[in-house]
Design a protein around this ligand. Sequence first.
Ligand SMILES: CC(C)(COP(=O)(O)OP(=O)(O)OC[C@H]1O[C@@H](n2cnc3c(N)ncnc32)[C@H](O)[C@@H]1OP(=O)(O)O)[C@@H](O)C(=O)NCCC(=O)NCCS
Length: 227
Amino acid sequence: MPRGQAVYVLGLIVLLAFASVEFLFFIGLMSWQGREESIVSGKQKVDVDIRPWSAGDLPLLERLMGGPTMTEHLGGPQTPEKLRERHERYLCRTDKGYMFVIVVGPERIAAGSIGYLEKEWQGQQVRETGWSVLPEFQGQGVATRATAAVVERARAEGKHRLIHAFPSVENGPSNAICQKAGFMLQGEADFKYPPGHFMRCNNWRLDLFGNASETPLPEPTKRAILS
Ligand SMILES: CC(C)(COP(=O)(O)OP(=O)(O)OC[C@H]1O[C@@H](n2cnc3c(N)ncnc32)[C@H](O)[C@@H]1OP(=O)(O)O)[C@@H](O)C(=O)NCCC(=O)NCCS
């Protein structure tokens, strides 16, 4: 092959190799950006629903209430025996209370628990709600949307006017959920929980029939309680 032609072919090969590397780099960059975008927007995208507690949900309860991290603001981990008793209570559907599994995504993966009970509070029958979300599903708005679903359910039931939540004053995420779900802060209250210990809690309340009777705390008092 003449020398000029050889140089031309070699140049062409180098050019093609360079173009391939560029192309592969571009494809890699695009797929990485796409992945980052789907993670970021995942916060808004995950579907959240609730379904009744069922016989196969004991392992979920063990993860939610059997260890120290998840129960930091709930009086500490429960023994296997207490967990089984709780599971049995959750299965009994009476009009005194309902327990649900929070499910996410199209495959309806179990991500947590939420429910409401009947409670006597200051001489009145009210509903009390509470929630837990597994660590891998936290920080995506799952508990907030499950709370909205439970509030809707309690409202549709039409049995009680008021629904309360009593998160520990130290439970930042739970207090944020109450605020985002439209509950109004009424003040603080002490609960004996677990037996023998007092837990300082915020008293959040939502009027299921409207909010005409609500008297929200003045902003400075509310800020002082939540700070
Ligand atoms: C509390 C818990 C259910 C939150 O679940 P989650 O699905 O992560 O909650 P969400 O994502 O819907 O909302 C949490 C909110 O709290 C905010 N938050 C997180 N840490 C916070 C803190 N230290 N202080 C204030 N707000 C905080 C988040 O920013 C988020 O608000 P945003 O969506 O406006 O950003 C979950 O942490 C949990 O299961 N904890 C252990 C069990 C428990 O304590 N249950 C509460 C019993 S009342």
